[in-house]
Structures are given as C-alpha cells and as structure tokens.
Design a protein around this ligand. Structure first.
Ligand code: WT7
Length: 650
C-alpha cells in the first residue's frame, strides 16, 4: 500500500514567523527551543512538568505514564481533578468578569457571557442533571446547535462526572439512534430547532424519529427552546431546558474524578460500516487542549479567539468548549454559516469582535476564495494575528490567498494536523517559532513522536517517498479506547506494527528540512468538506435500499470540498435512471445525514473484482476521476466491466 504513495508536489516557498508577531508573542523562540529540548531529553518528565504547570489538581499525581497494558495507556492515573473546575472556577477570582464567550446567532444577535455567568449557568445545569438522577459515569447524548448551551451542557456533564457524547446537528435520525444505542445514554439534550443560514433545522423532529425506535436507554430528554417552532413534547419524558434549570442553585460542588475518568465519547467514521466511539480521558485530554492553545496559537489574555467549527466535531470540543476556557481566554462562538446573509460574514465578524486568532477549515477558505476578493476587502481585518486551518489538506493556492487576503502577509498561517483520536494538535507550526510552507503541517509538537514508516516498519528517509504516518510514543491527550470495543481499538490503531506504534490512518512524506506533508488517508475513509466519512458507511446505506444489490463508494478531488463522493451502484433489476439516482442520493442523506450525500451515482452491471472477490477500489478511483486506467487489470475477474464503468460516466 505505502509503496505507491508518492508525491509530486514541489513547494519551495518558506515564510519565517513575522518579526512583529514574534516580538509581541508570549512564547518566545527560546521558550519553544526549551520545550523541544526538555521533551527530547525526558518524554515523561516533560509531560509531567506540563501537567503540573497547566492543570489545577485536586489530588496531585505521582504516576506519570503507565504503559504496562499497552496499547491501553494511562497518564497521571493517581491524580484527581475536575475539568469544569479547570475551565471555570479557577478563573473566577482573577477574571470573573472577563468575557468568556461572545456568541453571535445566525440572525446576527450578539450575547456576551462572562466567566462568572458561564460558571453559574454550568452549575445550574449540572444541578438540573443531578435532579434528573444523573451522576458519575452516566452517558448523556447532546444534539444541539452551535450555541453556548452546548458548551454549558458539556461542561455540566464534566462537572458531575457524566460522560457526554455530542452528535453533530447535521446527522440523521438513524445516525443519532445508533450513537445513543452504542453509548447506552440515559439522557438526550437537544433543541426544538434552530436557524442556520436562515433555514430552520428541526432538531427535535429528527430526535423524535430517532427515539421512536430503539434508544431504550433514554429516560429523559431536555429540550432547549431556540427556534420556537412548536416542537412536540412527550409528557413524562421531555422537559424544557428553562424548566429543568428553574430554581437550581448557581453553585455545584465539582465531582473530583481520576485523571483517566472518561470525559467524553465522540463518534467518528472508520473503515467499517460502524462508527467508532472515540473515548477520551479527563486529565491528559485537558492538558492537550491547554498546551496546544498556548503553544500553537500563542493564545494569551488579550486575545479574542475564534474557532469556526461546530461543537459536534472534535475541533469544537478542544478549541471551543475546553481549550480556550481552560486558558481563561475570550472567544467568539457562531451559530451560522460563512456565506449568510453575505459571503463576508466571517470578515464582518472578525472586525466587529476584534478577533485576533482565527481558526477555520480549508473548505471554507476555498469556498470564500471563490466568492471573490471584494468580500474580505470590505473589512479592515487588522485585529488578526494568527490564522489557522484544520480538517483536511490545504492546497498551496488557498494557503497563499489566506495569507495575502485575510492575513495581509502579517499573520502566520498555521496548518494543524490532528484527528478525533489524537484529541488536539499533533503536527503543526508554532505561530511564533516555526517557518511555514504552503501545504505543509511542518513539525510535530514538543512531546509528540511522529514518524513515517514503510511496510516493514523501517523509517522512510527518502524525502520524495511517502509512507505510513505513525506516533512512536504515547502522548497524554491520545484516545484511550473505542467505547465498547477495545479489540477494535487495538487492531485499528496498533495492529500494523506493535502496541507502542500508533497508526494514524494517513500517509505522509517529509521534505529535506523535516517538514511533514500529509498526503491523505490509507484506509477507506474520505474527507468531504472537512468531514470524515467511511466509504463503507455510505455503501451500507446504499445497499439498505430495496433497489440496490451492491455498491462501492470512492472519492474524487473537488475544488471546494476537497473530496466528492462517487458511488458505483449495481441494481437488483435493470433500470438505472436519473430519477433513481436522485432518490438514492436523498436516501443516503436520510440514512446518514446531508454531509454524506453522494455527488454522483453511476449504475453498472458489475464492479471490478479480483479473482478472490475483492473490489478493486483503486481502479474505481481512477475511473471516478476520469483518469486513464494504467493499472494492471489482468488479475480482474471481469476486465470488460472497466469499459462499461468509464462509458457510463461520460
Ligand atoms: C483526518 C482526521 C482534526 C479535527 C478535524 C478532523 C485529515 C485533519 C489535516 C491537515 C491534512 C488533515 C486527516 C486526518 N486532516 N487535519 N491539517 N492536513 N489532513 O478530524 O474527522 O478526526 O479527521 O482529517 O486525514 O486523519 P477527523
């Protein structure tokens, strides 16, 4: 697999961190040198020092790393803490009146929430959860829009030791139900609905559909009124958020938990049809959120931080709910979309709220770039200091546009590589330190041991050769297991080499200076508009349709979304039509959520298979891209099928 990974891109432009930025930065180059050195000298000692410096412990830890049961690693296992205490209470004395969240709704309404107010809201909601009988270890599914109440609900779970699992509001009823069932959640927290880009998203209606079948573990549903859209309320099971918190005290003693106590489960796609419940810890995860905010973005007390992600993704967990609050920072949270009411919404908000650190996805940058330069040119954008990207590879053209049009050549561009599983940044520039290069995530952070291996497990040293991206040492903020499925955790992440070598699922290469370039996934996972999707999930959805006998899903490059989904479909009986294609696209959207809707459906009589019956996906990718087939097809069971697949795409 890896011997075919070869990159053709040559990129020679290098940008040093701007002098003016370095001069005002909290973290100076000498500090970063010291971090790298300390981490290289003593991996565990380094992380122990960081954990003592950045976390307020209820019971200090003695143990650092326990790797006796690798790959089930434990960090700071005898220490006790509460994550919500670290995000809220410890700031009350020094910055209680500081604004924690500047919230802007889809309709432009703005709300400022101080740390004192956020603390009170979290305590009241935590008390409401307790009143409903929830406690330590219980699972709570959160299906909310990107509004402050989502962060409040997450922090309230953390406060009482309950484990949250946030499901992105764009997921379908079936996806929501599968996640509720897998986690055996006792409670669902949702909203009646909300507006995004002026369009009503009927969350409660979708939630009711999910709850109408399965979801037996759900006892109570708390419903936030956000859209006022006459949502159905089931007596005895459902209650309004406002009623749940009514009369609750604004103090709530935190539940002190072990550092290894699960903070949350977050489902993500893998290479089988079933999503994986990625389980994160309390202590190690929090440490990653704090260190990366401070190092990578140079997040300080005077900054206004804005991560445009939704709390339903890991980016929103780490860089909205937990990281900025644990650092006592001010952040912007936004319910809407970048192009509504106009394609300058982001830039207008940057000026209005004086955002200094802006973090978004390449797909958003590409989409806004297409709208034309006039939109950013309407705004001063002079509060910006650092610009970040995450979620997918950023093409050098978009990188340069971001630097020029948004950063005015004054802001470092931070291409951050990480995953739901890694918890926080892994390979990324440090704003005040690392020379950047378009299309490169540059170097691993201090304390992160990234490498590139070939199939035999030997490090790849040739700068033009790609290989398998791995981490050769555990790090505090890594996932701990897959919920309910420790075997799958072992196989997926540690099955290729050994129990100490984490396999990320991406391929990468390194240039002569040691900068990493991420090449893409090596498993059957695709990345559409920064959202991770398993091709198997889409295939299972397709074959669940009565007309479909077999399906194979691949991706092809897409100008804005990065990748687009192409599905090859074999019908039970003849009769592939435009109408059926459109019905199948809607069907997938209904099964999995709109993000998984295929861009193209191609009907065929068969799929290219090897004599052992394996679908030749590589070949399908070539066909989907419209490229010439140069692969050896002599081992195919049915070589004539290729002509047919190509002809049907024309
Ligand atoms: C996959 C992880 C990290 C939070 C959002 C996505 C791809 C992520 C980059 C980047 C190239 C990237 C990888 C990775 N990816 N960031 N900067 N450059 N690729 O989290 O859904 O867990 O997806 O996204 O393929 O494995 P996720």
């Amino acid at each position: 697999m890896s011997n075919n990974i070869e990159s053709v891109l040559k990129e020679d432009r290098v940008f040093e961190p701007p002098t003016a930025f370095v001069e005002q930065a909290t973290l100076k180059p000498a500090d970063v040198d010291a971090l790298y050195k300390a981490a290289a000298d003593d991996h565990q000692g380094f992380w122990a020092d960081q954990a003592r410096e950045h976390i307020t412990w209820h019971t200090p830890f003695e143990q650092v790393l326990d790797d006796s049961d690798a790959p089930f690693f434990k960090w700071f296992a005898d220490g006790q803490l509460n994550v919500s205490y670290n995000c809220l209470d410890r700031h009350l004395e020094s910055r209680g009146d500081k604004i924690a969240i500047i919230f802007e709704g889809d309709d432009g309404g703005v709300e400022h929430i101080s740390y004192r107010e956020l603390h009170a809201r979290v305590c009241r909601f935590a008390n409401a959860l307790k009143t409903q009988g929830l406690g330590k270890g219980d699972r709570v599914v959160i299906y909310l829009p990107n509004v402050p109440q989502a962060a409040v609900a997450m922090l309230a779970c953390a406060r009482i030791g309950a484990i949250h699992s946030v499901v992105f509001g764009g997921f379908s009823a079936i996806s929501l139900r599968d996640r509720i069932d897998d986690a055996s959640a006792r409670m669902l927290i949702t909203a009646d609905g909300n507006y995004r880009g002026g369009k009503l998203i009927p969350l409660k209606e979708t939630a009711d559909k999910a709850l109408s079948e399965g979801c037996e573990s759900i006892e109570k549903v708390i419903v936030l009124k956000r859209a006022d859209c006459n949502a159905n309320i089931t007596e005895g099971r459902d209650m309004w958020w406002s009623d749940a918190v009514d009369g609750q005290p604004d103090q709530c003693e935190p539940e002190w938990v072990d550092a290894e106590h699960p903070l949350f489960i977050l489902y993500t796609s893998g290479s089988t049809g079933k999503p994986k419940g990625i389980q994160h810890s309390s202590g190690g995860y929090l440490l990653g959120a704090i260190c990366t905010c401070r190092w990578v973005f140079d997040l300080g007390d005077d900054d206004v931080f804005w991560c445009t992600a939704d709390v339903g993704w890991v980016t929103g967990h780490t860089y909205i709910t937990y990281g900025p609050t644990a650092c006592g920072a001010t952040q912007v949270m936004f319910e809407g979309v970048p192009t509504y009411p106009e394609p300058d919404r982001f830039w207008q908000m940057v000026d209005q709220h004086q955002v200094s650190i802006f973090y978004t996805a390449p797909t958003a940058i590409r989409a806004l770039m297409k709208q034309g330069d006039e939109y950013p040119q309407r705004h001063a954008l002079d509060s910006l200091k650092v610009l970040g990207t995450v979620g997918e590879p950023i093409n050098p053209e978009a990188w340069m546009w971001y630097r020029r049009m948004i950063g005015h050549e004054r802001c470092p561009i931070i291409d951050t590589w990480w995953q739901t599983e890694t918890g926080a940044h892994m390979i990324t520039p440090i704003a005040s330190y690392t020379p950047t290069k378009p299309g490169s995530a540059t170097r691993a952070l201090p304390g992160i041991a990234a490498d590139i291996l070939d199939e035999s497990g030997a490090p790849v040293t040739d700068a033009h050769q790609g290989g398998v991206l791995v981490m050769t040492k555990p790090w505090p903020y890594m996932l701990r297991t897959i919920w309910n499925d420790p075997e799958r955790y072992k196989d997926t992440y540690f099955g290729m080499y050994d129990a100490h070598t984490y396999v990320a699922g991406d391929s990468a290469q390194r240039d002569e200076q040691g900068n990493f370039r991420i090449l893409g996934r090596i498993d059957d996972v695709v990345n559409v508009a920064g959202h991770r999707l398993g091709t198997m999930e889409v295939e299972s959805a397709l074959v669940a349709h009565e007309a479909v006998a077999e399906a194979a899903v691949v991706s092809r490059p897409h100008e804005v979304k990065g990748e687009a989904i192409v599905a090859f479909v074999i019908l039970k009986t003849d009769g592939g039509s435009e109408k059926l294609a459109s019905e199948l696209r809607d069907w997938v959207s209904e099964q999995l959520g709109a993000i998984a809707k295929p861009d193209e459906i191609r009907f065929a009589d068969g799929l290219p298979k090897t004599r052992s019956g394996k679908i030749m996906r590589r070949l399908l990718r070539t066909v989907a891209r419209g490229d010439e087939v140069t692969q050896d097809v002599s081992t195919l069971e049915n070589p004539q099928i290729i002509d047919q697949l190509q002809a049907r795409g024309a």
